[in-house]
Design a protein around this ligand. Structure first.
Ligand code: UDP
Length: 328
């Protein structure tokens, strides 16, 4: 009998790719989504339950209906800039919502929990290559809210036997290579989709946020990882928990850093089109450099990322971007 997995945010970019990977691995992904930022059309791989994570009664109902073996928790507010302007939104929308979800999971006896955390929990560490043991010192409310959820999971592990696999993502990019799903946010704030918009004229130009960082070309450096590789790690994390191997934290990145200008240059190559650029100010809350130096997911989970080459990620995103489905 197939096992159900409750996927919060299953209608979003990463959550929908996770649902596809879960289905391929023989699970039934149950999407739980508020549709504040998700897309009904992205729910293609299992049942849908609409609801808000702060609604405990609704969560109890869904846990009782499906008796999931595990939770994969993607639903979150994730915009660094917005989090700096409205921290309450992030503490309520991320921390309070996640606390409610964790309490509901524990009450239902669903004790395996896979969580989307972020390299934004590290803050700005002066170019240090980051791994699971690097101290977390977030510099924006988004990162602070995710770190608080990590603490909640650890506390409930100690008190209620909750087992969690925490993934700290670097910059997730690309789209399903089969073109069934891809990235769309409203408002869009992420570098690669905005750049592709500028390339095909949906937007007039890409604004580069700051050229005076302490990096070789002055622009911020990030570590981009393909969404399909990222969700493969989640399936491995789930299997790790199901095997009773206990709580763990893993960084998920490619280990390669690219500056904004390098991403722009690579996009010119991949698309063979010009990228109109405007030089802008820094965006509040941005660290100069975030790059993963961890091989733990490879060594411990046996994760083998295969599409996290920058050109492949841009090409997959570009194919999705050009397809009609992009409008959902
Ligand atoms: N960025 C940029 N212009 C944009 C959007 C992003 O220069 O219109 C930069 C941003 O400052 C960061 C990098 O691109 O250094 C990646 O930003 P994104 O919002 O995609 O992801 P984040 O790093 O915030 O998770």
């Amino acid at each position: 009998m197939s096992k159900h997995v409750l996927v919060t945010g299953g209608a979003g970019y990463i959550g929908s790719h996770a649902c596809k990977a879960l289905k391929a691995a023989g699970y039934i992904p149950v999407t739980f989504d508020s549709f504040i930022t998700g897309w009904k059309q992205a729910v293609k791989f299992g049942p849908l339950e609409e609801g808000c994570l702060t609604d405990r009664a609704r969560l109890d109902e869904v846990f009782a209906k499906y008796q999931p073996v595990a939770v994969m928790h993607f639903a979150a507010l994730s915009l660094v800039g917005e989090s700096m302007k409205d921290p309450a939104k992030y503490w309520r929308g991320n921390v309070l919502a996640s606390l409610t979800l964790v309490e509901a999971a524990v009450a239902a006896g669903c004790l395996d929990f896979v969580f989307s955390s972020t390299c934004a929990t590290y803050g700005d560490q002066d170019g240090v290559i980051l791994n699971e043991d690097t101290p977390q010192r977030p510099i924006n409310s988004y990162g602070a809210s995710k770190r608080a959820i990590e603490d909640i999971l650890a506390n409930f592990g100690a008190s209620h036997g909750l087992n969690s696999v925490i993934f700290r993502y670097f910059n997730v990019a690309g789209a399903d290579p089969e073109g069934e799903i891809g990235e769309q946010h409203i408002p869009e704030t992420h570098l690669i989709p905005l750049m592709l918009d500028a390339i095909d004229g949906r937007r007039p130009a890409l604004t580069v946020f700051g050229s005076d960082y302490q990096t070789p070309d002055g622009t911020c450096i990030r570590d981009y990882v393909h969404v399909s590789d990222l969700v493969d790690a989640h399936v491995l994390g789930l299997q790790w928990l199901e095997a009773g191997k206990g709580s763990q934290v893993f960084c998920l990145g490619s280990g390669n850093g690219f500056s904004v200008r390098e991403v722009v240059a690579r996009s010119r190559e991949v698309t063979n089109r010009d990228v109109p650029i405007i030089e802008g100010d820094r965006r509040a809350g941005d660290a100069a450099k975030l790059v993963s130096g961890s091989g733990r997911a490879q060594d411990v989970l046996g994760w083998t990322p295969s599409r996290s080459d920058l050109s492949v990620m841009i090409a997959d995103a570009w194919r999705w971007h050009q397809a009609g489905d992009y409008e959902y």
